[in-house]
Ligand binder design. Structure first.
Ligand SMILES: NC(=O)c1ccc[n+]([C@@H]2O[C@H](COP(=O)([O-])OP(=O)(O)OC[C@H]3O[C@@H](n4cnc5c(N)ncnc54)[C@H](OP(=O)(O)O)[C@@H]3O)[C@@H](O)[C@H]2O)c1
Length: 256
C-alpha cells in the first residue's frame, strides 16, 4: 500500500467546524451505530462522540448489559467469541465500530486470535446477514521497516492482520483504522494525520490518543467517505486540529 494523505493544514477548513454543526448533521440523518467494546477505554469515547452528534448507540461488550440506562444508548451483553449472541445485538443497526480488545500480556495466544481474527470474521458475517451497512475496525499499526512485527507483538499483530484480511474478504463495506500506541491524553489537542503507508515511516514512536482515535472511528461509521479504506491514525502538531475530516475522501480505496 502506498500513498500519503495529510489531515493537516493541507486540507484547510474542517467541514464540520463545531459540535453544534456535527449535531445538526446527525439530526438530518440519525443512525443507529453498534459499538463493540463500548465499555473499553476507546469504545466509550466512540459512544460519547456518536451520542453528542445525535445518533443512537447500541453499546456491546460482555459486560455492557450492566451499564446504567442512558438516553440514546441501549446496552447489550454479547461475546464476539459466540456469534449467536451477536445476532440480536446487531438487528436494525446501520453501522458498527469494532473496538474490542484484550491485553496481549494477560491472555493466552489463542484468545488473541479469538478476538482479533475469528471474532472479526464472525462479526462481519453476522453483520452482513443482519443488513449492517458498514463495519469500522480499530486495528493496530506496528510493522517494522523489514515488514515484520516486533517479536513481543507478533501474535496479536498476526491475529489482527488475519482479522483485517477476513474483513476485506467478507463483502461488507469496511474501514480499517489502525493506531500505533494509544494514550489517554484528552482529544482535540493535536491534529490527526491519516497515513496510507505500511509500514509507516521511521521517526516514531508514534501515538494517538484514544479520544481522537474514537472520533475517527465514529466519523467513518456515520459517513461514506472511508468505505473500503485502510489507514493509520497518528497525532501531529498542527493548528488545524479538525482538518483530518477533509482528508477522508482523498484516501485511496484498497485494491480489490
Ligand atoms: N494499548 C495500545 O497502545 C494499543 C495500540 C494500538 C491498538 N490497540 C488496540 O485498540 C483496541 C482497543 O483498545 P482499548 O485499550 O480501548 O481496549 P480496552 O480498554 O481493553 O477495552 C476492550 C473492550 O473490548 C471488550 N471485549 C473484550 N473481549 C470481548 C469479547 N470477547 N466480546 C465482546 N467484547 C469484548 C471489553 O469489554 P468486556 O470485558 O466487558 O467484554 C472492552 O469493552 C484493541 O484492539 C487494542 O489491541 C491498543
Amino acid at each position: 500500500m502506498n500513498g500519503l494523505a495529510l489531515g493537516t493544514s493541507g486540507f484547510l477548513g474542517a467541514r464540520f467546524s463545531s459540535g453544534a454543526d456535527l449535531a445538526r448533521a446527525a439530526d438530518e440523518n440519525p443512525l443507529t451505530i453498534a459499538v463493540l467494546g463500548a465499555t473499553g477505554r476507546t469504545g466509550r469515547f466512540v459512544v460519547e462522540d456518536l451520542l453528542a452528534r445525535g445518533h443512537s448507540v447500541r453499546g456491546i461488550s460482555r459486560s455492557a448489559g450492566q451499564q446504567p440506562p442512558r438516553d440514546g444508548a441501549t446496552w447489550i451483553s454479547a461475546d464476539v467469541r459466540k456469534p449467536e449472541t451477536l445476532r440480536p445485538a446487531l438487528e436494525d443497526v446501520d453501522a458498527l465500530v469494532y473496538a474490542v480488545g484484550v491485553t496481549y500480556t494477560r491472555v493466552e495466544v489463542g484468545a488473541l486470535y479469538d478476538v482479533y481474527h475469528t471474532g472479526v470474521a464472525d462479526t462481519a458475517a453476522v453483520a452482513r446477514q443482519a443488513g449492517v451497512k458498514r463495519f469500522v475496525l480499530l486495528s493496530s499499526a506496528g510493522r517494522l521497516l523489514d515488514g515484520e512485527f516486533p517479536e513481543r507483538l507478533r501474535p496479536s499483530m498476526d491475529a489482527k492482520a488475519k482479522g483485517e484480511a477476513a474483513l476485506r474478504a467478507s463483502g461488507i463495506h469496511y474501514t480499517i483504522s489502525r493506531t500505533p500506541g494509544l494514550s489517554d491524553r484528552p482529544g482535540g489537542e493535536y491534529g490527526i494525520l491519516l497515513l496510507q503507508m505500511d509500514p509507516i515511516p521511521p521517526g516514531g514512536p508514534y501515538m494517538v490518543c484514544r479520544e481522537d482515535s474514537a472520533s475517527v472511528l465514529a466519523e467513518c461509521a456515520v459517513g461514506e467517505n472511508a468505505i473500503n479504506k485502510t489507514f493509520t491514525v497518528i497525532n501531529v502538531v498542527t493548528p488545524e486540529v479538525g482538518a483530518w475530516r477533509e482528508a477522508l475522501p482523498y484516501l485511496q480505496q484498497d485494491p480489490t
